[in-house]
Write a protein that binds this ligand. Structure first.
Ligand SMILES: Cc1cc2nc3c(=O)[nH]c(=O)nc-3n(C[C@H](O)[C@H](O)[C@H](O)COP(=O)(O)OP(=O)(O)OC[C@H]3O[C@@H](n4cnc5c(N)ncnc54)[C@H](O)[C@@H]3O)c2cc1C
Length: 582
């Protein structure tokens, strides 16, 4: 193949291609290596530097170190309740049953979880959990887990390639037969032939103006690659907004300001100095649930009571300075970089997109999607978290379902049969790369991407309405037209090339979020529609988005009932006030 000055694509061949080197991808690959199945792991950054590193607080597993009464049905019940009963109950049960073994396994592989006095793995409360079941490694749990998995993967011989962006999955005769991508460092093209692809490429929160991920992560590649290949997306309207992200320049914008600041006594003020939570939640004040606090801050900002930069003020300066330095060292340092001494002055904060509950629909026993040859695991999938994610459950999800997908792929691997050829699909993927290099106008990819982020934040943000979402869809059509007129980016190693390629991922994901938000005519969990402010029993359903002939099709499907054991746990938990913040 000849593209851009006669460069040939490097062709690699394997049995299973794992797209994503975060916790989900690596956990799956460890199974493949253990079963001697040829495979390759790809990631967009350096090996060991995936988004999982950023997870701080912890991973949930019923170990009973602190609270021996904790049981898997209670973990499942907490998850369903926080997910407003649109999680897949069987999937949630699997998560709750298997997380303890996965955490012990990580510990066995060297993850240095904090220990209790008796030597057991220490556990703490996390928001909306009945018992202490969150295991942690200081405030660097994700990093410790990822380093453990990277180490284990090296031990068992997992092969990987860094700095590669997959731009397209190759589908031939309705089956995924490989992937096409670019080495972001050298600009070299890659064609990977394989019999199965496991997508573990993360979520899509960077499609919002403020996001708690780095700008080149969670850019929607995973759900979009699956969608373009013919897979179904589910519950894309559910995006969790963390109430307090940093208001600052560059990469700092949207970075998480931990709940611990409010847990330590932090108070929220508008620019006139009013402690506005008194109006929204006089009982719980700043410690109410994430969605309540996020909506209150959003309202203040939209009603013109925010700061000039579009935030509100979070003040902890009334707390003893030594205690602040001891309990919140990362926050002290980060704001210091902005010239703010949080022991003496308030921080400027605003809600930030934090987690996408929606994603690819899979069968969680195997990770199988609707498309033969395509599997998925981790944040790219949907079904575990419903309308709102219980903190600490996503790390558990990565290792529980990453392992399951890996086991299934290892069992079904054909090993010696060569992967099918991709001819038409390959030619189309090459053409698209060529078009990006040649351009079609003078639209700047970075500007179009920024406008898309603003569009989604305005029309499908914390508070939505039918009218607002419809206006968003009209604006998206105009933005799509601009994507045809992108300026040429002839150098594939130029970061603008990845940005331009990413627009093809962002468009369908943004559309799926908008269309699903329009379809769900109620408010539930993270999805709040001011024109339909109540939760509606009839909407105990999942919203599905599928590619049709030329347009996205939206349908819905009902959610099954939980098992008797979980139902009993739900009844027991009634009336328990479990908004612990730690
Ligand atoms: C600030 C923060 C704190 C968090 N804290 C917690 C917590 O305490 N507990 C908890 O349970 N969860 C937490 N989460 C959520 C949790 O970190 C994620 O859900 C989880 O790490 C996702 O893991 P993953 O393996 O699915 O994907 P990721 O870790 O996002 O990995 C995705 C991988 O896919 C690769 N990739 C993406 N696109 C492409 C492409 N086109 N081509 C090739 N490779 C690609 C990436 O480079 C990366 O290697 C937190 C999230 C944030 C933002």
């Amino acid at each position: 193949m000849q593209i851009g000055g006669g460069k040939m694509a490097e062709v690699l061949q394997t049995e299973v291609l794992v797209v994503g080197a975060g916790a989900a991808g690596l956990r799956a690959a460890i199974e493949l290596a253990g079963a001697d199945v040829p495979h390759l792991v790809l990631g967009k950054r350096r090996h060991g530097d995936a988004h999982t590193r950023w997870a701080a607080g912890g991973i949930n597993a019923v170990l009973g170190t602190r609270d021996p009464d904790d049981r898997w049905p209670v973990h499942a019940a907490d998850t369903l309740k926080e997910g407003h009963f649109v999680c897949r109950p069987d999937t949630v049960e699997t998560l709750a049953r298997e997380a303890p073994d996965r955490v012990r396994e990580l510990a066995g592989w060297g993850c240095d979880f904090q220990r209790a006095g008796d030597g057991g793995i220490e556990q703490r409360y996390f928001g909306a959990q009945t018992y202490r079941r969150t295991c942690f490694v200081g405030d660097r749990t994700g990093r410790a887990i990822l380093e453990t998995l990277v180490g284990r993967a090296a031990e068992v011989g997992v092969p990987y390639r860094e700095d590669v962006m997959v731009t397209e999955l190759l589908v031939e005769g309705g089956r995924v037969v490989g992937a096409f991508g670019v080495d972001l460092r050298t600009g070299a093209l890659l064609h990977i032939r394989c019999r199965a692809v496991l997508l573990a490429a993360g979520g899509c929160t960077a499609l919002y103006h403020r996001s708690s991920s780095r700008p080149d992560e969670n850019t929607g590649d995973g759900p979009a690659l699956a969608y373009h290949a013919g897979a179904t997306l589910r519950d894309m309207e559910f995006v969790q907004f963390h109430p307090t992200g940093m208001v600052g320049p560059g990469e700092m914008a949207g970075m998480l300001v931990t709940e611990a600041v409010r847990g330590e006594g932090g108070r929220l003020f508008d620019r006139e100095g009013e402690r506005f939570m008194e109006r929204y939640s006089p009982e719980h004040m700043e410690l109410d649930a994430r969605d309540v606090v996020a909506r209150a801050i959003d309202r203040e900002i939209r009603d013109g009571r925010g700061t000039e930069q579009g935030g509100v003020l979070l003040d902890i300066s009334h707390v003893d300075a030594e205690r602040i330095r001891e309990r919140l060292p990362a926050i002290v340092d980060r704001f210091h970089e902005l010239g703010v001494d949080v022991t003496r002055e308030p921080m400027e904060v605003a809600p930030t997109a934090h987690y996408a509950m929606g994603g690819v629909r899979v069968d969680f026993d195997s990770g199988r999607t609707d498309v033969p040859g395509l599997f998925a695991a981790g944040e790219v999938t949907s079904g575990v978290h419903g309308a709102n994610r219980l903190g600490g459950n996503s790390l558990a999800e990565t290792v529980v379902f990453g392992r399951r997908a890996g086991i299934h792929l290892a069992r079904t691997a054909s090993r010696n049969r060569p992967p099918p050829e991709a001819s038409g699909a390959l030619a189309r993927a090459e053409e698209r790369i060529q078009r990006l290099m040649e351009g079609g106008g003078d639209e700047e990819p970075a500007e179009v991407a920024a406008d898309l982020r603003t569009l989604l934040s305005e029309h499908a943000g914390i508070v939505r309405s039918g009218e607002g979402v419809r206006a968003g869809l009209t604006a998206l059509a105009a933005l799509r037209a601009r994507c045809v007129r992108l300026r040429a980016v002839p150098d594939r190693a130029d970061p603008h090339f990845a940005l331009a390629a990413n627009l093809r991922h962002m468009l369908p994901v943004a559309e799926a979020i908008l269309r699903s938000a329009l379809e769900r005519e109620e408010s539930r969990g993270a999805h709040y529609r001011e024109d339909r402010p109540e939760e509606d029993e009839r909407w105990r359903r999942n919203v599905l988005a599928q590619g049709g002939k030329g347009e996205m099709m939206i349908t819905t499907e009902p959610v099954a009932d939980p098992s008797d054991e979980v139902r009993a746990a739900l009844e027991e938990a009634e009336g328990v006030d479990y908004h612990h913040l730690e």
